[in-house]
Design a protein around this ligand. Structure first.
Ligand code: GMT
Length: 373
């Protein structure tokens, strides 16, 4: 198939999934064209089947806001025509589903189909805002196919956007060969002493990730267990997190690792992963941790219960319940057998339900279905 992928090129989960999907499709022999305003962060390795097209958003003194949606639509139409694309797969509805729909209208003599994958905040946060609601609803209804990364997200999208829309749930996936547990003492020693446990959090440090909760949970853990906290990522709450760490005098125990490209190195040596978000439609970082056999403690919210199985691959707790989360954390870190069982359960789930192999095939099947409709 000849497929165009539109996504955000940054460190966010939707961009990561779109990029890994495109790379895997390329490896399976499909021709894949990425259309983005920057090179996606995980698209470094070259491949014969992968193409990258830069969207140039030209400014003009009259434009207070350069019209990215239009530039993306124009570039997409151009690439559809030039390479005879059969399908455009837009990741993140706002504004990608609209740009893709516009491009389809512009090349009406070409039989190109549009699929949008909903990732979460595009629907729950941005798409629901009155500024974007009508146009997002319109685009989703006009697209030839819509997928969502969890049952939860499909349900809320139907409730709030289009009761009649058919939404195919195709979960996020993980490369279970790359995200593996590493018994690497040398690597561990970079971050912690031999007797210390390693606790990790990865996010884009937006307020909804509740990074300060991670630090507050950690503060309680270190009162009972020697440990280090690795915080991976950057974003708006970075300064607040830094300030809290110094206020709690945890500077020697907390490492800020910023935006790491190889998060698997850190997850592979983690004894526990924390994701206390206000909302997650899926929680890709939790899945990557599970694949590395790290037990996960997360909020009982959104699509997280579809990924983290309570009392099996970790624990779920109410949003903001620092006391409960730290109790669970200490329970796991003090009981090697429990930690091992949870790690194994998570790893097994990653392999049987969320492996790249399995999920890419689901996308291929769905593409064929939409193309033949
Ligand atoms: O919230 C983020 O971390 C970024 C955002 C994105 O679109 O890049 O993540 C959303 O999509 C991810 C990939 O499908 C999901 O794993 C995240 O749960 C989802 N974030 C939210 O729902 C808040």
């Amino acid at each position: 198939m000849k497929i165009g992928i539109i996504c955000y090129p940054s460190f966010g989960g939707s961009g990561v999934i779109a990029t890994e999907l495109g790379k895997s499709l390329g490896a399976r022999g499909h021709e894949v064209h990425f259309i983005c305003y920057n090179l996606p962060v995980r698209l470094s390795a070259g491949s014969n089947n992968i193409f990258f097209h830069l969207v140039d958003v030209v400014g003009y003194p009259l434009f207070k806001f350069p019209p990215y949606t239009l530039a993306l639509a124009s570039k997409t139409a151009e690439i559809i025509e030039k390479y005879n694309l059969e399908l455009i797969h837009a990741h993140y509805a706002v504004p990608h589903s609209t740009s893709a729909h516009l491009a389809q209208q512009m090349v009406e003599d070409k039989p190109v189909k549009i699929i949008t994958t909903l990732h979460g905040t595009d629907i729950r946060l941005v798409g629901l805002d009155p500024s974007y609601f009508r146009v997002t609803k319109y685009a989703i209804e006009k697209n030839n196919g819509v997928t969502s990364v969890s049952e939860y997200l499909a349900r809320v999208t139907k409730e709030e956007f289009c009761t009649k829309c058919e939404i195919r749930v195709i979960p996020n996936f993980v490369d279970t060969d790359r995200f593996i547990s590493r018994q690497d003492a040398k690597l561990r020693r970079l971050y912690a002493l031999p007797k210390e446990k390693i606790i990790t959090h990865i996010s884009n440090f937006r307020a909804l990730k509740r990074v300060t909760d991670v630090i507050l949970v950690f503060e309680k853990i270190v009162k009972e267990i020697p440990a280090k906290l690795l915080l991976v990522g950057e974003g708006p709450e970075f300064a607040r997190a830094l300030e809290l760490v110094s206020r709690l005098r945890l500077q020697k125990r907390v490492r800020f690792l910023h935006n790491l490209e190889k998060v698997e190195d850190v997850l592979g040596i983690s004894d526990l992963f924390l994701l206390p978000s206000d909302m997650e439609s899926f929680g890709l970082a939790a899945l990557e941790a599970m694949s590395c056999q790290a037990p996960v403690i997360a909020s009982d919210v959104g699509g997280l219960p579809e990924v983290v199985v309570h009392e099996k691959s970790g624990f779920l707790a109410p949003i903001g319940d620092i006391a409960q989360m730290s109790k669970y954390a200490v329970e796991i870190l003090q009981d090697e057998k429990l930690a091992e069982d949870m790690g194994n359960y998570g790893r097994n789930l990653a392999i049987t339900k969320f492996s790249e192999e399995k999920v890419i095939s689901l996308y291929e099947d769905y593409y064929r279905e939409v193309l033949s409709a």
